[in-house]
Design a protein around this ligand. Structure first.
Ligand code: F6P
Length: 365
């Protein structure tokens, strides 16, 4: 075990160790199994890709836990682009005060084209080396981790991903930061649309985000009491929707809420609504695309807690020698999954939960 130079005395107590840090004049009590200081002194944290509510809570957790363990932390502004341009900002406990409740990301986000190139990554690594950064926490989704894996493969810089995306589409964590908030935002909109749908006996197609997965659609659909949740995983056609509508009410009276995941094509709800209207012209169909409202707002308690756990887990992972992995929470436990698996493997939507919508709407198959 190699200890940091700054650490001047160490006293073993049961399964904990107390370490005194000369510079900060502070004693820190740590689980001894967690203490593997390998000389790492400075880390960087950044957010990248589509922002998600709770990213700020995760940044806060990374910064504060890193300082807790005696590490210096810098924030990279605007994701990989910021790394390429050397946009680093020192982070203190204070710089992350009062952000746990805020949506968006204080470090800004971007989808970097330059980082996709070898030259871009070489520039980024030069900045990392020149700034003495020895470990990185990347908060983002699939695209972010694809970049992180390439960066690790090329430069072997220890890097840990923390899953931050409203889509919840990453293998290696039951939930991703921002998903719960996005679901609740959609739910709030569905509840409101239901009022007007009911007043006019209309059929509403409500489109939610999720890229190519139906997680947001299924959860907000069940929570919002929808008649159907149309998700890319199930390739539901407009003919099937028409059949279900006919079966649900022979006279086609009353209101209906159909939640549609955007899938591969944003605006999919418009296509489906038009096809259904063509088959059943007597219906009064309307479309509401919720869009980026799902990405903003104060994170829910569940997202703040998840983000805090993942932020601490990322830093403890780095200290413990984890690299090229994503930190996640599975069955309430913090786990580490290789970035390769997190990117490549699928986390299928639970079809048993999808089935609930049919059961609650009186459909049997
Ligand atoms: O990945 C998050 C997400 O919000 C997806 O649900 C959506 O398809 C996409 O990002 C939208 O991206 P942008 O904000 O770049 O339009």
């Amino acid at each position: 075990m190699v200890f940091q130079k700054k650490c001047s005395s160490i006293e073993r107590k049961h399964t904990y160790m107390e370490i005194y840090f000369e510079e900060t004049k502070k004693k820190v009590k740590l689980l001894s199994s967690l203490i593997v200081f390998e000389g790492m002194k400075k880390i960087a944290v950044f957010t990248s890709g589509g922002d998600a509510p709770g990213m700020n809570a995760c940044i806060r957790a990374v910064v504060r836990s890193a300082i807790h363990y005696g590490l210096e932390v810098v924030g990279v502004v605007r994701g990989y682009d910021g790394m390429i341009n050397g946009s680093f900002t020192p982070m203190t406990r204070k710089s992350v005060s009062n952000i746990i409740q805020k949506g968006g990301t204080m470090l800004k986000s971007a989808r970097s084209e330059d980082f996709r190139t070898k030259e871009g990554r070489a520039k980024a690594y030069k900045q990392i080396r020149e700034n003495g950064i020895e470990g990185i926490v990347a908060i983002g989704g699939n695209g972010t981790f694809t970049g992180a894996k390439l960066f690790y493969d090329e430069y072997k810089i220890p890097i840990i991903g923390a899953p931050g995306t409203i889509d919840n589409d990453l293998y290696g964590s039951d939930f991703t930061i921002g998903y719960d908030t996005a679901v609740n935002t959609s739910l709030d909109a569905i509840d409101k649309i239901r009022d007007t749908a009911d007043a006019h006996d209309r059929v509403f197609f409500i489109e939610v985000m999720g890229r190519d997965t139906g997680y947001i659609a299924v959860r907000s659909g069940i929570g919002g009491g929808a008649e159907m949740a149309i998700i890319p995983e199930n390739n539901t056609t407009s003919t099937e929707i028409v059949e279900k509508l006919k079966a649900s009410n022979s006279k086609l009276k009353g209101s209906h809420i159909i939640v549609v995941a955007e899938g591969d094509v944003a605006g999919k709800s418009v296509i489906l609504a038009n096809e259904v209207k063509e088959a059943l012209p007597e219906l009064d169909t309307k479309v509401s695309i919720l869009g980026h409202i799902q990405r903003g707002g104060a994170p829910t308690a569940a997202d703040r807690v998840l983000a805090s756990r993942l932020g601490v887990g990322a830093v403890e992972g780095l200290i413990h020698g984890q690299k090229n992995v994503m930190v996640g929470v599975i069955n309430h436990e913090v786990v580490y999954t290789s970035l390769e698996d997190a990117i490549e493997k699928k986390k299928p939507v639970n079809q048993d939960i999808v089935r609930i919508i049919d059961v609650l709407n009186g459909r049997t198959y």
